[in-house]
Design a protein around this ligand. Structure first.
Ligand SMILES: Nc1ncnc2c1ncn2[C@@H]1O[C@H](COP(=O)(O)OP(=O)(O)OP(=O)(O)O)[C@@H](O)[C@H]1O
Ligand SMILES: [Mg+2]
Length: 581
């Protein structure tokens, strides 16, 4: 409980930069609450005056005052509403930016086990819950407190005896509030989890829609989503039942109190110790008081709901990244391109029991071209993942220019590296933006982009499009062919002018002309750079100075193609005979 309270207080710190705005809203609220409190008193004055004087001569001044009061009330309410609502929006924007920043910096292993739908749901739906909790709810609670205290004072002034009756009912409401708060928090957390699950299901279906339609599995996808949506409904209903029960109980308590008050009040009027106007205003003030108490109590419930719903947002905000690039105070490197893998062993964090690389040793001198070959699952991509610093080795290490990588700022290492992946990931934007991804402002460096595109044999097909370099590539580059995407990825790597180049070669059958174009582009790109190629095609392997043959995470053969092919018992010979060619 204590821990939870500190966590709530920490969340309230989000409000800090907006205290000025909130204070102004608070002032507007004070004005509105004061006017609201004056209303029953004015009504009582009106009723008793009418029944005593039997004339309307005194109308003018009170009417003008009432009118001015209403206008002020409306303005103050509008100002309060706007200030609190807009502040809520600003707080949510701030949380979203921070949350996004925290997510994008997490280590790659985190993304292996966390689904993107879950993350986007945290970023959108969950943070929305904060908006209400940190703005309108605070406003309503403060207003309720002011109106409630005012109401309490007023009823005691009018009739201490009747007030005693009203106050007696308060503990019931408080007990109800406690009960609601506890339940609401847990239920909200569950609801948010199922919302995130349904988002994840939808997102994955849309991303894989081509396969779904090709396999005629739309029905399955719909059913899958239906289950997720039903789970959201179940939990929404669960929440609604809780709130409905609470409302019935608290309204019952309020009405019972009201009934007793009216009955006793009637007796007091008969005894002439209370006027009708006084009883009317008493009932209105008592109504304000119980309305406030119920309001605070309901808001408390919603607050707890919001905290339950945002529990995971804050977990994620506070999560410390294990990414190598966020270690402070390390030396920056200006790499020449010498790379050594030293007794490297590795298991993926998501599957610790499986050793993927065992005592891997390899030394590459600057400018050398090394091809990694081996059966599927041998660990070729894993070597590259470790080189890029996506994961921590379980044992051993990597040296750049003889320096242990753990003593270097990995961002500077990545500055000297570029990768062309097997299935290039493009961003929805223009071709120019994608090629210039590593540039600060691609729009101002079109020359550089064109130069890179020419080197990557991409310039001709790009200028063939009506919009040229400003052609949109579509989400993940769906509006381009595989070979076009690859040449854009090559141009994107060219622009970095990397010392170390990583190529995960495409196995997809490009037609011979685009294969030639891609190969030619790669040859130009490799020139003079340390290159690690995951090679499948003989044409690529023949470009390499050395070959590394991997099998089940171990280096089993190393040497030139000519030397390795000689050994007819070796794995390489088999691979060439069976797979490559
Ligand atoms: N993110 C991951 N989490 C857990 N295990 C993984 C992960 N990525 C790969 N693996 C496992 O590690 C082993 C090596 O995979 P890797 O991707 O390095 O193979 P590869 O040699 O590149 O194969 P391919 O030629 O098919 O691309 C495989 O058994 C694979 O199942
Ligand atoms: Mg691979």
């Amino acid at each position: 409980m204590k821990k939870a309270t500190t966590a709530h207080l920490k969340r309230l710190q989000l409000v800090k930069p907006y205290l000025g705005r909130l204070l102004l809203g608070f002032l507007a609220m004070l004005v509105a609450a004061g006017l609201q409190l004056a209303f029953p008193k004015a009504l009582s004055y009106f009723m008793d005056n009418i029944s005593e004087n039997n004339t309307t001569d005194w109308y003018t001044l009170p009417a003008i005052l009432a009118f001015v009061g209403f206008v002020l009330y409306c303005i103050a309410s509008a100002v309060r509403f706007y200030l609190f609502e807009s502040t809520g929006g600003m707080i949510v924007r701030r949380v979203r930016e921070r949350l996004f920043g925290s997510i994008i910096k997490q280590e790659i292993g985190f993304f292996d086990t966390t689904q993107t739908g879950e993350l986007t749901s945290r970023l959108t739906v969950d943070t929305d819950m904060l908006q209400g909790a940190l703005s309108m709810n605070i406003a309503t609670i403060i207003r309720s407190v002011i109106v409630g205290i005012g109401g309490l004072v007023m009823i005691f002034i009018i009739s201490p005896l009747l007030s005693g009756l009203v106050v007696l009912s308060l503990p019931i409401t408080l007990a109800l509030t406690r009960w609601l708060g506890k339940k609401a928090r847990l239920k909200a957390m569950r609801l948010q989890d199922s919302i995130s699950g349904s988002l994840q299901t939808a997102q994955e279906s849309f991303a894989n829609v081509r396969i779904t339609q090709a396999f005629n599995q739309e029905k399955k996808a719909i059913a899958h989503y239906g289950i997720a949506a039903s789970s959201v409904l179940d939990r929404t209903l669960d929440n609604a039942r809780l709130m409905a029960t609470y409302q019935a109980l608290s309204t019952f308590a309020a009405f019972s109190t009201m009934l007793v008050t009216i009955l006793v009040g009637g007796v007091l009027i008969i005894q002439d110790t209370l006027s009708i106007g006084e009883l009317t205003s008493f009932l209105l003030y008592a109504g304000m008081l119980s309305g406030s108490v119920n309001g605070i109590s309901a808001m408390w419930g919603q607050w707890m709901q919001a905290f339950g719903a945002t529990e995971r947002v804050f977990e994620l905000l506070d999560r410390v990244s294990e990414s190598k690039t966020y270690k402070e105070g390390l030396a920056t490197a200006d790499l020449q391109g010498n790379v050594e893998f030293d007794q490297l062993s590795f298991a993926y964090p998501g599957r610790k029991e499986e050793t993927v690389l065992k005592d891997f040793n390899l030394s590459i001198t600057a400018g050398e071209k090394v091809a990694l070959v081996g059966p599927s699952g041998a660990g070729k991509t894993t070597v590259v993942n470790l080189l890029l610093g996506f994961y921590e080795p379980s044992a051993g290490g990597i040296r750049f220019d003889g320096i242990d990588s753990t003593t270097l700022d990995y961002r500077s290492i990545r500055d000297s590296m570029a990768i062309v992946e097997q299935e290039p990931a493009l961003f929805s934007g223009t071709i120019a933006e994608n090629i210039g991804y590593a540039l600060g402002d691609p729009a101002t460096e079109l020359d550089k982009i064109q130069e890179a595109a020419k080197l990557a044999n991409a310039h001709n097909f790009i200028t063939g499009f009506p919009d040229g370099y400003h052609t949109a590539v579509g989400e993940q580059g769906v509006q381009l062919s595989g070979g076009q995407k690859q040449r854009i990825a090559i141009a994107r790597a060219v622009i970095k002018n990397p010392k170390i180049l990583i190529l995960d070669e495409a196995t997809s059958a490009l037609d011979s002309e685009s294969e030639l174009l891609v190969q030619d582009a790669l040859n130009k790109l490799m020139y003079g750079r340390t290159t690690i190629i995951i090679a499948h095609r003989y044409s690529t392997i023949s470009q390499a100075d050395k070959l590394v043959v991997l099998e089940k995470g171990e280096l089993v053969q190393y040497g030139t193609h000519e030397a390795l092919i000689e050994n007819e018992e070796g794995l390489y010979h088999k691979l060439v005979m069976n797979q490559i060619g």
